[in-house]
Write a protein that binds this ligand. Sequence first.
Ligand code: TXA
Ligand code: MG
Length: 350
Amino acid sequence: METKVVFLDEHDMDEASLMECGKVIREGGLVAFPTETVYGLGANALDGNAVKKIFIAKGRPQDNPLIVHVADIESIKPLVKKIPKVAEKLMESFWPGPLTIILEKTDLIPKETSAGLNSVGIRMPSNEIARKLIKIAEVPIAAPSANISGRPSPTDIERCIEDLFGKIEYIIGGEKCNVGVESTVVDCTEYPPCVLRPGGVTLEMLQEIDKNIYIDPAILNKIEGDFKPKAPGMKYRHYAPKAPLIIVQGDIDKVVDKINEIGEEYRRKGQKVGIIATEETKSLYKSISVVSLGSRLDMDAIAQNLFETLRVFDDEKVDVIFSESFEEKGIGIAVMNRLKKSSGYNIIDV
Ligand code: TXA
Ligand code: MG
């Protein structure tokens, strides 16, 4: 398939190409577009056949539901049975922005979009290109992250092109995504609401709205036996670079020593070692392939750079990656969740 690529300035948009993209969506095609979290791969959320194409383009497991993106609160009403008070408060506080709210769906949402569940995740992105596209398309847009299933989500247009060029009708480029990890998913079909996926809106921020909101325990720990996360997507190995990733956790001085020590063993065996470091530690490593996520004092930057860094190690064709770990609070919960999943929970404690 021929894929058209267009770059748009979020603050000065070329309406003509957005009109064309809106038409592609309305007519059942696929358009990748930027959001503040990661790039999304969009289709008409109300058209089961269009949504099926997303699963094919990504190679996504059929049982993983999609998030429906809207441009305004009004357009949610036909999609859901009811909006509980707490969900209303969350929308007022965090929309537009990186928060997905799960509600009971109506029959307007086809089974392809909800993967057979009777609920649907809805989010209003803050990225202007995304919202304008939804408005122009005149339909809600179902959009998972715009990567081949299992790979790290794309946070810039080059990575989106890398995964989807030739497979979809259109790719819209904007600025690099500023949150860098996917939206927080909170299930409001039951009270108290439960965080199914940590993201840009932190648990602490949600608890300021309602202190009873809690996080699915399966998010913080390795999933064992029947202890399954409630968001179907969280059970898959995800966000994975090509090389195995090992997290080293503990006091930072010991972490650096341990990574140098094991890294040396791998190098002696002729393997190329990649290291995910921070500004504070990057000069302490002996490997040539060291990438800093940013300063430990700026966890937002660390989240923003995480997926791109995992992809850099794919480009450099390293054989193994070691990563430092981060405190699980604020957006650090989302960062550690993605890191743990990309490592397949391969963690060394020091
Ligand atoms: O930031 C984001 O949310 C991005 C951008 C493009 O908006 N989208 C995204 O979509 O991350 P995706 O498909 O990669 O992740 C959706 C997650 C999955 O873990 C899925 O299982 C969960 O949300 N999810 C969606 N609908 C759900 C539902 N009805 N019940 C439980 N989990 C749901
Ligand atoms: Mg995804």
